[in-house]
Structures are given as structure tokens and as C-alpha cells.
Design a protein around this ligand. Structure first.
Ligand SMILES: [Cu+2]
Length: 979
């Protein structure tokens, strides 16, 4: 029989976990790297981290774990119990459970929980009392009846609120086998969980417990073993009693740490349980309790987290419950936007620099709700359970649309008689019609209008490629507050585009197929080379925080890079995110003029994010993370696999040199390019945006946006370009199908803090000099003249007009040579705004007027198109902020970089489209640089999968190479990188 060694090699690996009702039971892939305590591991934690793929792998892992090489690295006894660190188990990426839970929701739930538990206890205790004489008579040691009653009580108390999941029950010994059960201890809830397990083990408890009415008495009747802590005689008695019980066929239970963990970390084990097992020769059954500490932490007072950390489900429940409680009107929640209220930057920096040893800044939510056609802004402080501020927004513009609003609006036309008549008139089937919502924009109206949305409809009938079959000529306008159709027009009818050749699913393709491609994968035998600790990600020399936002999607914060010589992290980027995306279409006709979308502010880049699929969206070595959003009713919505994080080794060279000049020696030195990518995909209508943040060992950050999906098209009567006599504002790409010209502009908020937050933006202009004094045989040369941007107007730059290097430097930090420390911004190919300044969409998107802007840091300046970008009027944009012309020299500055892409659709783009834009930050040796460039992707990498045509994967720096001729050349030249 195993005793202590048995424990070590045990395959008994049951564990219980608790999660709030309604939350998903699925564990996150990213969890594998999430829960080995830093102080235990000291190396990438996934090496100690088991168990993401189910029990077989767990057992496999266990065997693996005891392999000698790993044993050296993973402190042994902690293996089984580290799962208590799996506090993020309920879906939150937070590893430290006590830091982010909302006290608001917890309190309400806690009161209800104790109430239910007390009522149940009173009734069940009577049964226990009545049965006690029989128990003493027939089952003195095991007391199965009492344990059954205990199980019923715990189940009744817990089940209305929490879900208990057991895994590995098959590894438990038979109920009648005496054993020493051992587990970690995180919370008062552990007792409930263990009672629900239904094993007749005797707990050990301090004597004081027995005087508590009902509960204490019940514990006494169940045969709980009393222990006076720090009383050696009592300890001896306790041990004797345990051994006695074990010998008589009962089991005992120990919390191996002796007491509850106050910080979620696993404490040292007391040896008592193991000595008893060794002496009696019974097996030790290790149990891991997970999630209880998060649900009911010790004390309950430590509820603060990094103010940068996005909300988890607890937070969101807490916020919505609290808002409902405080608002007596009991309005429908109708929340449209719950985001973090940005914590004070200096407070965050201070807390971060103290290695989180000081009190974190208050954790607050900024909530926008639509109530009675008004936008209410509420800031809720999660740590003090109070509303910090509440006001009604009276300016122009509206918050983003919720998923529920989209769903409700798109359902309206299908039952609207005039719409049904229009469909019937076109000889189409109403059952094959699907609709989508489109923001209406602002076109000079003086009076404040309604919060409206247009609903456009599409026709399936044999295809799933709905966006290429529009019901052209029909306009449905919906009042989004009242959720009813307010205007309806049926202007004209055009033929419905055919369904031939628009299938994009590989599974539905007919031969001939494109070339087959052998699968390629990056194999990492030692697992990923990065660590995820809550929301902090460490990889190579990088350390940064990854958050998820309903509007921006990924938010990178506190990115810093490790300096080997200085043995410290150096600050690079306080925060970076997509502030807005602007997509204006160039068709001014009645049915299309309004199409000028603000994808982040109107539709939410985060809200539109989709679950990433392993092996296709992300490579085989990717680790996934979830995010949380609030639904319209305030309830949390889990966004599964919203991010993937992976190391990229695309076979590129980061740096190389061959030394050929030395006689008899050939010196070749090569550094392969390996980087870390954080990815999110946002599907906004017909477009899918692939957002990558790539961190490189060289110190650079490369930000990429890939555009793919299907084109937005317009129905027409044309079938040949010969028929087109007027400007079609579009390309005819198929029969009856025009693809209007349009732009995609993305504006990035880049709050660079190079070695501190006092930075300066400088422009190193390349200036041609004439030599006229005959001092050289040359007539000219160029040199560099540095210009320092003193105020905001100095830093409004249209790129591509003059040769210049763009740098953010720290004026007070020099290299040994006396050069300033800084990052360089290197733009790639560019697209500037082509609309006139007085055009309404351009007024709203005035941030596209310049590629680069620099502003002093201001907490309220986050969204370049305005906080309320739907129907905004351009009164709250980057352009209006910058017009104040504030000082920016040696200040905490923010760079706003807008990359853009004029999209002229070509026939090759149809049906699938693949465009590419890349914003790159690069590095040269010594001086940290930021490179922003626009790369072009061949437009049809996707066609490999669609299988219809294959024309290579083009990766041209600085050029967008699209269209037949160019593509074919690239393909045949074999210069193109092959997919
Ligand atoms: Cu486009």
C-alpha cells in the first residue's frame, strides 16, 4: 500500500472546481501556462502546468512529470496541488483570484447563499439529530447517514449559485477503503465542495467550531475530530484518533496546508497527514480544489486588481447587479458599452514599478447605458462599491450598437408587410432573406436626430455568400431606441446577382482544385517559450499586459523590454490599441452615400471579435485566451478564444553577416527571426480584420492588420463594362455586381514611454546640400537636420511628402555615445484622405487628414472619432484635440498613426478578398526604433483554400500587388514566397 511514496506517484487525481452558474465549463487553452506560481516555477510555467486536454493527458503528464529531468525543475510535492492556482478556471484570464473579483456581485450572492444554507441547515439538522442514536449504534465510525445529510445540505446550499465539477472520480478508492484525503485550502467554500464529493471522511476542526449553533453541532455529530492548534497534547490526541478511525475502516481528511491560503498561493504542507498515512499504511488521496478561492476568498477585502485588467464575468455580473440595485426605476439595462474607466496613469506606473506590492489604483468601470433615449454615463468603482459619477450625455453622437440591437433590428424587415411586398414583387422568397445593420452617419443635419440604423437585406437561396447578393434599391430605417421601422423606401429593382462562382467554402468546391499544400507546423518540444501570468505576458526580453476591450479589441499595455546590461526592464509602450477604423464608400447615390463606417466606435472591434480556431486562424503552437463582454442585460458574455498567442518562426533572418575579407576564414553569423504574435480577428459585416501585435527580440513591435472576407457589393443592371456610360463609382466584378471604391483607415493610439514618460517627438529631415565653394569635387550631398516638435501643430505630418526619419526620443536619456535613446517610426506605403475637408464623413474622420499626430497624454482622449462616434459631428476628434496646439516637447506624449488603404476592387478580388496592411515597428542595433510600413499581400492567399484559382502568395514590401498580371508574374517568377 502506498504511503508517502504512493502520494508522490499517485494516479489519484480527482479534483473539484467551482464556477458560477451559467459560466462555461470548458477550460481555456491558455490556462496551461497560467497557474504555476512564479515563485515555484522560475521558468516558463507551462512546464509544470498539466491538464488542459482531459484526464488521459493528465495521467500522461503525471508520468512525464516524474521524469527526472522535469523533476529537477518542478518542485515535486506541488505538482498535484498547483491546480489550486487554477483560479482563472472560471474563464477569467486572471491568475490571482483575489485581485479582480467584483465585490458588488459577490456580496449580493453571498447574502443569498448564507440564507439558503441556514434554512437548509435547520431542517436537515433535525434529521441528523433523530438518526444519531442509530448511527452510533450501527455505524459509529463512518457515520454514512450523517455524511449523506451533509452532502444534501451542501448541495442545497451551493447549487442555486455555483456549479461544482468533479474530475478524476474514477481514481478515487472505493468508499469503504480507509484513506487519508488531502487537499489544498482556499476558501470556506471548500467544505461544501468536499461534502458534495460524498465521501465519509472525518474533517479535523478547531474546537471552537462545535459551539456554533446547528453547523457546529452537526459537525460534532458527523464525528469531526477536534484539534486545538498549538496544543501539542491536543495534536497527539488528534493523531491518535485519526489512526484509530483509519484502522476501524473510516477515512480522514486533511487540508495539507493546515489553513486557508490568503493569497491564493499554495502554502507549505504540514506533514501530519502523511505521517498518519505512513503509520497506518492507508493510501493518500490528493484532491485539488480549484476556483473556490476566487469565488469566496479569505477575508473578502482584497478585491482589487490591476486597473488595466479587463473585466471578467464576476466583474460584469457585479456591475450590472449594482446598476440595477441603485436605479430604482428598474429600467431595462440596455447597456451598450462597459469598459474600464482608465485608471490614473501615474498610479498604475507606480503600482507596476513597485512590482505590485503596493495598493493598486481603484478598479473602475465606465458604463454607457441607453435609458429613455438618453445616453447615461456611469462610473462604478468596484473596490468601494460605489458610483463615482453619473451623468447624462447631451452632446451629439451615440454609443455603439449592442449585439442584441443588431439582432432585433435585422429581424424587423422580415415581418414588415411593405418589405414582404417588395420581396414578393422581385419574385424572391422571404424565407431566404437575411439582413444586416448599417450606421447612418451624419450629413449636416442641424437638429439632433434619432438614434437610427439602416437595415439592408440580402438573398441566400442556394448560397451562403450573402453579402454579394444584395436586395438593391430597398432602404429600411430603424429607430434603434424604439426598435421599430420608421422609414421605408423601395426605389428600384435590379437583377439579383447569380450564385455561380461565389461559393467560398472549400468543402463545396468542384475540381479542378488548386495545388495541394503539405501541412507545416512549428514544433516546440519544450512547449511555448512564453509565460502568461494573468494578463501579463513574458516572452524573450518582452513583458507586456494584454487586455480585451469591447471597442478596441486587444489593448497592449506596459510593454517593456529587458536590458541585459542594466539588468532591468525598460519602458517602451504604455499603451497601444486601435482607436478607430474608418471605411467610407465612394458611391454618392441615395442608397449608398451614407456608407461611411466607424467600425470600432459604431460596431465595436472587440464586440465583433470571433472565436479563433486552432490550426487555421492560429498555428499549432498557439495558446488561446478568452475575453468577456457585457451583454445588453449586463450579463457577461464569454468570448472564447478571442486571442491567440504564439511564437512565429517563419524561416526569416533577423540579422546576418558573412565575413569574406579575412584570408582563409569564412565567418558566417546568422540570427533567425523568432517573434511573438498576439492575434485577434474581428468580423465586421463582410470584412474580417486580422489584428496582430508582434513582438520581436530586436526590441521592435510590429503591428499588422490583414483584411479579408468578401467585398461589399452593389446590385446593378450591368453585365459588361461597355454598358457603363456614367461614373459607376465602382468596378464591375461580376454580372449585375458592382464593387464600389472605398477606403480603410485604421488609427492606432501609441502611447510610447521610452525609458520614462517624458518624451519628445523629433523629425530627422534629410536635406540636400549644395557645395559651391569647390571644397570637394562633389556638387551636393544630403545630411540630416533634426527638428523638434514643440507643439501639436509641429507634429501633424502627412507622410511621403519629404524624406525624414520620425523618432520618439527621451531627451534626458543618452547612449554612451551621446545619442538619444528612442524609437523610430518607419512608415510604409501610405494612403491619405482623398475626401474634401468639408465633406461630412471627412469632418467626422478628420484624424485621417494626417498620417501622424502627436498629442500630450490626456486620459479622456482615446477615440479619434469621438467617444460617441455613431452619428458624430466631428466635435470630439483627434483634429479638435490637436487644434489646441498644446506643448508636446519633453512631455508624456501619444502618437496617433493612421494607416490606410484605398481599395479599388478588381475582378480578381471576387468572390473572396484578401488585402493586406501592415504597420511595422522595427529596430536597428543600438537605437530602438519603431517602423510603420504598409505591406501588400497578394489578394488571394485565401484561394488556396477555396481551391478555385491559385496565383501565389505575394509579399511585396511597400506595394500592394493585386490584379491578374502582376500576380501571375509573381507566381511564375518563383520569387514570390510560396504559401
Ligand atoms: Cu476594402
Amino acid at each position: 500500500m502506498g504511503t508517502l511514496p504512493c502520494y508522490m506517484q499517485s494516479t489519484y487525481l480527482p479534483y473539484a472546481s467551482l464556477r458560477p452558474r451559467g459560466s462555461s465549463a470548458s477550460h481555456l487553452h491558455r490556462s496551461i501556462v497560467n497557474f504555476v506560481p512564479r515563485d515555484v516555477a522560475g521558468f516558463p510555467r507551462r512546464k509544470c502546468g498539466p491538464f488542459e486536454y482531459g484526464l488521459n493527458q493528465k495521467t500522461e503528464f503525471c508520468k512525464l512529470y516524474y521524469d527526472n529531468s522535469l523533476q529537477k525543475r518542478c518542485p515535486l510535492p506541488r505538482n498535484i496541488v498547483v491546480r489550486s492556482e487554477f483560479a482563472a478556471e472560471a474563464g477569467s484570464p486572471d491568475a490571482s483570484y483575489s485581485l479582480t473579483e467584483s465585490q458588488l456581485g459577490s456580496k449580493v450572492r453571498g447574502i443569498c447563499f448564507y440564507f439558503v444554507a441556514a434554512v437548509a441547515a435547520i431542517f436537515l439538522f433535525i434529521f441528523m439529530l433523530v438518526s444519531h442514536p442509530f448511527v452510533l449504534l450501527f455505524d459509529r465510525y463512518r457515520r454514512r447517514t450523517h455524511h449523506l445529510i451533509g452532502k444534501i445540505w451542501a448541495s442545497l446550499s451551493v447549487f442555486p449559485f455555483l456549479k461544482v465539477t468533479f474530475e478524476g472520480l474514477e481514481n478515487l478508492p472505493a468508499p469503504e477503503t480507509p484513506a487519508v484525503y488531502v487537499s489544498n485550502h482556499q476558501s470556506f467554500l471548500d467544505i461544501y465542495t468536499l461534502l458534495i464529493l460524498g465521501r465519509n471522511f472525518k474533517f479535523i476542526s478547531k474546537v471552537g467550531i462545535f459551539v456554533i449553533p446547528i453547523i457546529g453541532w452537526a459537525m460534532y455529530l458527523m464525528g469531526t475530530i477536534p484539534l486545538k492548534r498549538k496544543d501539542s497534547r491536543s495534536q497527539l490526541d488528534c493523531f491518535k484518533r485519526c489512526m484509530d478511525l483509519l484502522r476501524k475502516g473510516a477515512s480522514v481528511f486533511f487540508f495539507a496546508e493546515g489553513t486557508r491560503s490568503k493569497d491564493g498561493k499554495l502554502g507549505a504542507f504540514k506533514k501530519g497527514a502523511f505521517s498518519i498515512a505512513a503509520k497506518t499504511g492507508v493510501p493518500v488521496v490528493p484532491i485539488t480544489l480549484m476556483g473556490t478561492g476566487k469565488l469566496m476568498p479569505v477575508g473578502m477585502e482584497g478585491t482589487l486588481g490591476s486597473g488595466l485588467t479587463p473585466f471578467n464575468s464576476y466583474d460584469l455580473v457585479g456591475i450590472s447587479v449594482y446598476l440595477l440595485i441603485v436605479d430604482l426605476a428598474a429600467w431595462a439595462f440596455n447597456g451598450t458599452d462597459i469598459g474600464l474607466d482608465d485608471p490614473d496613469k501615474q498610479a498604475i506606473l507606480l503600482w507596476h514599478s513597485s512590482n505590485h506590492s503596493t495598493q493598486p489604483p481603484p478598479r473602475r468601470a465606465f458604463v454607457i447605458t441607453r435609458i429613455n433615449k438618453q445616453s447615461h454615463e456611469t462610473i462604478v468603482d468596484l473596490s468601494t462599491q460605489s458610483i463615482v459619477s453619473a451623468r447624462v450625455y447631451t452632446g451629439f453622437g451615440y454609443p455603439l450598437f449592442t449585439s442584441e440591437e443588431h439582432a432585433a433590428a435585422t429581424a424587423l424587415p422580415i415581418t414588415y408587410p411593405p418589405f414582404i411586398a417588395s420581396v414578393t414583387k422581385r419574385k424572391l422568397k422571404i424565407t431566404e432573406v437575411l439582413c444586416d445593420t448599417f450606421s447612418v452617419g451624419w450629413f449636416g443635419e442641424r437638429k439632433k436626430g434619432k438614434r437610427e440604423v439602416r437595415v439592408l437585406c440580402y438573398y441566400l437561396d442556394g448560397t451562403v455568400n450573402m453579402y454579394v447578393r444584395p436586395l438593391e434599391g430597398i432602404t429600411v430605417v430603424v429607430d434603434a431606441d424604439e426598435m421599430k421601422i420608421t422609414k421605408y423606401y423601395d426605389r428600384h429593382t435590379v437583377p439579383m446577382p447569380k450564385i455561380d462562382g461565389i461559393e467560398y467554402r472549400a468543402s463545396k468546391q468542384k475540381p479542378p482544385f488548386g495545388p495541394s499544400v503539405e501541412g507545416a507546423a512549428l514544433v516546440q518540444p519544450n512547449g511555448p517559450g512564453f509565460e502568461i501570468d494573468g494578463h501579463m505576458i513574458r516572452w524573450a526580453n518582452w513583458n507586456f499586459h494584454l487586455g480585451f476591450d469591447i471597442r478596441a479589441g486587444p489593448i497592449i499595455s506596459l510593454a517593456s523590454i529587458y536590458d541585459l546590461e542594466k539588468d532591468e526592464y525598460r519602458r517602451v509602450l504604455y499603451r497601444g490599441f486601435i482607436s478607430e477604423m474608418f471605411v467610407p464608400y465612394m458611391d454618392p447615390t441615395e442608397d449608398w452615400y451614407y456608407k461611411s463606417f466607424f467600425d470600432a466606435g459604431e460596431f465595436g472591434f472587440g464586440l465583433s471579435a470571433v472565436a479563433l480556431e486552432p490550426m487555421t486562424d492560429c498555428p499549432s503552437n498557439a495558446v488561446f485566451m478568452d475575453g468577456y463582454l457585457a451583454g445588453q442585460d449586463g450579463k457577461p458574455i464569454k468570448m472564447s478564444n478571442v486571442f491567440c498567442i504564439f511564437e512565429r518562426n517563419a524561416g526569416d533572418v533577423m540579422w546576418r553577416h558573412t565575413e569574406t575579407g579575412i584570408v582563409d576564414q569564412l565567418i558566417r553569423e546568422v540570427r533567425p527571426e523568432v517573434s511573438l504574435v498576439v492575434r485577434m480577428v474581428s468580423t465586421v459585416g463582410n470584412y474580417d480584420y486580422i489584428v496582430d501585435w508582434e513582438f520581436k527580440q530586436s526590441g521592435s513591435i510590429k503591428v499588422t492588420v490583414g483584411l479579408t472576407g468578401v467585398l461589399g457589393v452593389k446590385g446593378t443592371t450591368y453585365t459588361h463594362t461597355d454598358q457603363i456610360k456614367e461614373d459607376p463609382y465602382a468596378t464591375l466584378i461580376a454580372d449585375y455586381t458592382l464593387a464600389p471604391y472605398h477606403d480603410h483607415f485604421l488609427s492606432y493610439h501609441l502611447d510610447l514611454d521610452i525609458d520614462g514618460d517624458q518624451n519628445t517627438f523629433v523629425k530627422d529631415k534629410l536635406v540636400t546640400k549644395r557645395i559651391t565653394d569647390h571644397s570637394s569635387l562633389r556638387k551636393s550631398y544630403w545630411t540630416v537636420e533634426r527638428q523638434t516638435a514643440k507643439t501639436e501643430s509641429d507634429a501633424r505630418i502627412k507622410l511621403g511628402m519629404e524624406p525624414a526619419e520620425l523618432l520618439v526620443i527621451n531627451p534626458s536619456k543618452m547612449t554612451n555615445m551621446g545619442n538619444h535613446v528612442g524609437y523610430r517610426l518607419i512608415p510604409g506605403s501610405l494612403a491619405g484622405a482623398l475626401l474634401s475637408d468639408d465633406d461630412y464623413p471627412q469632418i467626422r474622420a478628420a484624424f485621417t487628414k494626417y498620417h501622424l499626430w502627436v498629442t500630450p497624454y490626456n486620459k479622456s482622449e482615446k477615440w479619434v472619432g469621438g467617444e460617441y462616434s455613431d452619428q458624430s459631428r466631428g466635435d470630439d476628434t483627434l483634429a479638435t484635440w490637436s487644434a489646441r496646439n498644446r506643448a508636446i516637447e519633453n512631455k508624456d506624449i501619444v502618437l496617433w498613426y493612421t494607416l490606410g488603404f484605398h481599395h479599388v476592387p478588381y475582378q480578381e478580388d471576387f468572390p473572396p478578398v484578401m488585402e493586406g496592411m501592415k504597420l511595422v515597428e522595427e529596430s536597428t542595433d543600438g537605437l530602438r526604433t519603431v517602423e510603420i510600413s504598409v505591406f501588400g499581400w497578394g489578394d488571394d492567399v485565401g484561394r488556396v483554400f477555396w481551391g478555385r484559382r491559385w496565383s501565389g502568395f505575394v509579399f511585396g514590401v511597400g506595394k500592394v500587388i493585386q490584379g491578374g498580371a502582376a500576380k501571375r508574374w509573381w507566381c511564375s517568377s518563383s520569387k514570390a514566397a510560396e504559401f
